[in-house]
Design a protein. Structure first.
Length: 99
């Protein structure tokens, strides 16, 4: 039993040591200005096509979500989408403005 535990702990340690850390420099080097401009242009077009709005609960939000999910699906081989199971409580968010 102890041997199995030690083997499992060793496997976890090896996995942790084998990861490639993300650093700000690596993230910055991975961003291409032309791709960023293209994504921003597409999000602006989505807003214009939906009355100038991409806010939550409106059609522009859904179109933006579809755009982002499509981009993620083409780039990430091991991504999963997990729908939010709790209700959205945006009105109780400290970042929401009062009417």
């Amino acid at each position: 039993m102890k041997l199995n535990y030690l083997a499992f702990a060793g496997l976890l340690a090896a996995e942790a040591l084998a990861t490639n850390d993300i650093t700000p420099d690596k993230v910055e080097a991975d961003i291409r200005e032309d791709k960023l401009q293209s994504d921003l242009w597409n999000l602006l077009k989505i807003a214009k096509d939906n009355g100038g709005n991409r806010a939550f609960g409106l059609p522009g939000y859904n179109a933006s979500l579809d755009f982002v999910l499509e981009r993620v699906a083409t780039r990430a081989s091991a991504s999963t989408l997990t729908p939010q199971s709790s209700p959205s409580l945006i009105s109780s968010s400290p970042l929401t403005r009062s009417p």
